[in-house]
Design a protein around this ligand. Structure first.
Ligand SMILES: *Cc1c(COP(=O)(O)O)cnc(C)c1O
Length: 442
């Protein structure tokens, strides 16, 4: 019988530890963010091959809940949750495909895209939310009263929270910046029965309100300041190594806004290394929209200082964040991974996104930001043609059809139309149709 455990600890001083069943988001003593620390010494009593075999034996099987990409790694993620309290909708297990055609165009042939948006609610947020909502069920079954779960969101966190709460029979409250999320992102929490509060502010404004609300009532905060989510999201790194048969790529590129996911990605790789499943680390790249680029600015001065900014509107709305909650974690990670921060203008992200779609994807604007970063680093010869590169696609393109259609119909101000493609309108007459086709394709 194993005795795996984990606890919260301050990211500034590991002497401050807290029980994993406590409702706690920041270290009361240092005021810093918390992280979940796993008992690696206990886990290491089993050798690396044991873990590889265990994870492989569960991967994408139907033996609930272990077929889930997150719960297949339960011992490394949230060993304290009893199976009966797990709220899973079979997250993870997303395809990691060889972007052969696009890679050839750029000249980097070992290029892969990890489709984290091919998931229950259409974004990687499901990975963290299954852990958070399951933890809440565990806490409730331990006797703590929790009346509802709440989050501020740029659209994808709220969709994930609402779906997992609906599945668990818990109440959810989501705070959205008015007119700043896509139609799909607005309708998801509505459909799942969440209380949707539309606020006339930006994401950072919503974040302040939700933190106040959660201080007052027995309302549980579900934003990624809550480090339980990071534990689920760190399975992205574990899963992609697993998909490469436990080899690691040279580079992983990911778009960043609130900076939880870049932190999670790094945490996953560090755990793989500490557990002996891998021996070296990839380099990480965090890609930001130029209109919301506080981390990029900090990177330019070697992270010597960080200033939050007022984020401007960007097509990549899920990363329109000027005051990222997880900035300290992200900077720590980027330092360890010899990391780079790149940025993409609106024109660049829209153009990159459309270009890759022409090789068969349907990617979201945030993925477009990561693709631009990739192209820039190849042009600068930082990424070498022989390198193995993974781009993390964070959401499904179908959540962002307004962006896509407006690009193709050339309705976006200031965006060039290199790859736009509009319907041709022709009379329903075979000769006229043939004429039109001859001009366009033949
Ligand atoms: C949340 C989100 C991001 C950014 O992740 P952070 O953890 O906030 O940096 C990127 N892309 C999509 C589609 C998202 O939903």
């Amino acid at each position: 019988m194993h005795n795996y455990s984990c606890w919260f600890q301050s990211i500034e001083d590991p002497n401050y530890k807290y029980d994993i069943n406590e409702v706690i988001y920041r270290c009361p003593s240092t005021g810093s963010l918390l992280e979940v620390e796993q008992d690696v010494q206990e886990l290491k009593k089993s050798p690396p091959q044991y873990w590889k075999d265990l994870f492989d034996s569960r991967y994408r099987k139907q033996s609930w809940p272990y077929g889930s990409g997150v719960w297949g790694k339960k011992e490394w993620v949230a060993p304290f949750i009893e199976d009966k309290n797990i709220v899973s909708m079979y997250e993870g297990g997303t395809n990691l495909f060889w972007a052969e055609k696009y890679g050839k165009q750029i000249g980097v042939e070992d290029l892969w895209i990890k489709m984290c948006g091919n998931s229950h609610t259409g974004s990687f947020k499901d990975l963290g939310m299954t852990v958070l909502v399951s933890s809440v069920k565990q806490i409730i079954s331990n006797g703590t009263e929790i009346r509802a779960l709440a989050c501020a969101s740029t659209g994808d966190t709220s969709a994930a929270l609402s779906a997992y709460c609906a599945s668990a029979g818990l109440k959810s409250i989501v705070f959205l910046p008015k007119n700043k999320v896509s139609v799909a992102q607005l309708v998801q929490p509505l459909a799942n029965g969440a209380t949707v509060v539309s606020l006339d502010t930006d994401f950072d404004g919503c974040m302040k309100i939700v933190q106040d609300v959660c201080k007052k009532q027995q309302i549980y905060l579900a934003n990624s300041i809550n480090s339980l989510r990071i534990e689920g999201q760190k399975t992205i790194s574990i899963e992609l190594c697993q998909q490469f048969d436990w080899q690691i790529p040279d580079w992983v590129i990911i778009p960043g806004g609130n900076l939880g996911n870049i932190s999670a990605l790094g945490k996953g790789f560090l755990m793989l290394r500490d557990m002996g499943l891998i021996t070296k680390l990839p380099r990480l790249v965090c890609a930001q929209a130029e209109n919301a680029n506080p981390l990029y600015k900090s990177f330019l001065n070697n992270f010597e200082k960080f200033d939050s900014i007022l984020a401007k509107t960007t097509l990549a709305n899920a990363i329109q964040i000027g005051d990222p909650v997880s900035v300290k974690k992200a900077i720590n990670i980027l330092k360890i991974f010899d990391g780079i921060v790149e940025q993409a203008s609106e024109d660049e992200l829209a153009t990159s996104s459309a270009r890759v779609d022409l090789t068969g994807t349907f990617n979201c604007p945030h993925t477009g930001v990561a693709i631009t970063a990739f192209e820039k680093l190849v042009n600068k010869k930082v990424i070498k043609k022989s390198d193995k590169v993974v781009i993390i696609s964070t959401a499904h393109g179908l959540k962002f059809v307004d962006f896509k259609i407006n690009y193709h119909l050339e309705n976006l101000d200031g965006i060039s139309n290199q790859f736009s493609n509009h319907p041709i309108e022709v009379e329903a007459d075979t000769d006229k149709v043939m004429q039109a086709l001859e001009q366009k394709v033949l």
